[in-house]
Design a protein around this ligand. Structure first.
Ligand code: ADP
Ligand code: NA
Length: 332
């Protein structure tokens, strides 16, 4: 009943990291050739759930678009656009706010992580974020959502909202969307602490590789990455209680399109003094051309603005009839 369609998004809220690339955007690129229709969004409505300086937000939104294109998204194929340019996202989110239950929101671990200890002071938008995310996906009847492992709970909630809507109104209108979470880098960890996710919001810049880092910075961060004194094991099993070592092996595997097992088969027995420079060279080889192309695109943003303008029109052509039908079902 539902034609295969892909939706995903990234927040234009901070510097972009290797985690965003390996966990999300690289998969976006692969899927544009595997699916008839793909939509990739700069989720600026999500970004303002925490304070954003307006000029910064505008800049970062374009930088994210430049990242998408530089990483290999083809705007002739994939639909690239800003979330706020398609008002149907927010309109459907309101309907979903009235479908989702407060108890469901209370179970979302990301809200707890992001709100921290002082949850009373968090914005209402941050709390309702998963309901807007469900609208982002379902306004396109998207069937597949490529995300990092950290977003799995939100995609499950999207299915819960779709199911309750369908049930309450006695329709089969919204699809059960599948999260697409696979590969060696569904969770890229911090370079300073193998138990924490690599994130743009980590106060330590040394904890992450930014898409804006130059070759020397990348090499230095990898050289200084926290590890243990043991060499790499000869079997994957040997990485079990070594999260930092495991993370570097996963990153190497993801960057070289291989499994962690393959990497260990080749690299087992090497000291980090030998492995880290190999990893740094590989990271620079993959990331530098993307960074270079991002910089070129940012020199004249008119090309980006044109792409996003056209993307918003294409996205609205899908979203408008879905919202109209939703309103009819609801009784508006
Ligand atoms: P962040 O999690 O840094 O705030 P977003 O929420 O905008 O960024 O995430 C954008 C996409 O990047 C999501 O699909 C998310 O799962 C993915 N992602 C972010 N950080 C990582 C990471 N460290 N490892 C794997 N994927 C990640
Ligand atoms: Na995230």
């Amino acid at each position: 009943k539902f034609t295969p369609r892909v939706f995903s998004g990234v927040q234009p809220s901070g510097g972009l990291t290797l985690g965003n690339y390996l966990g999300a955007v690289r998969r976006f690129v692969a899927m544009q050739d595997e699916f008839p229709e793909t939509l990739y969004c700069m989720v600026d409505l999500h970004a303002i759930t925490v304070w954003q300086d307006p000029a910064e937000l505008r800049l970062r939104t374009r930088q994210l678009a430049a990242f998408y294109i530089a990483a290999g998204l083809n705007p002739e194929k994939a639909i690239l656009f800003n979330q706020s340019a398609v008002p149907e996202h927010a309109q459907l989110a309101w309907v979903f706010n009235c479908v989702a239950r407060i108890g469901w929101m209370n179970r979302m671990t990301q809200f707890k992580d992001k709100a921290g200890k002082n949850a009373e002071k968090a914005s209402l938008g941050l709390y309702a974020y998963p309901s807007l995310m469900a609208a982002d996906i379902l306004i396109y009847h998207a069937t597949h959502v490529p995300v990092g492992d950290d977003q799995k709970q939100h995609v499950e909630l999207t299915r819960d909202i779709a199911a309750k809507f369908n049930h309450d109104y006695g329709v089969d209108f919204f699809p059960m969307t599948d999260p697409v979470i696979e590969g060696e880098a569904t969770r890229v960890m911090s370079l300073r602490d193998g138990t924490k996710k690599m994130s743009k919001s980590d106060p330590s810049d040394a904890s992450r590789i930014n898409m804006s880092d130059d070759a020397d910075t990348i090499a230095k961060k990898i050289r200084k990455a926290k590890t243990d004194p043991e060499p790499l094991p000869s079997e994957l099993e040997g990485l079990k209680d070594r999260p930092e070592a495991r993370n570097l092996v996963n990153i190497y595997a993801a960057l070289s399109n291989r499994t962690a097992e393959d990497v260990i088969a080749e690299m087992g027995g090497k000291q980090f003094g030998e492995f880290k420079p190999l990893l740094a060279d590989l990271a620079v080889e993959i990331l530098s051309p993307i960074t270079g192309e991002m910089n070129r695109l940012m020199d004249d943003v008119s090309e980006i603005d044109r792409v996003l303008g056209r993307g918003a029109l294409r996205a609205r052509a899908i979203a408008e009839p879905v919202l109209k039908q939703t309103y009819e079902i609801v009784g508006f």
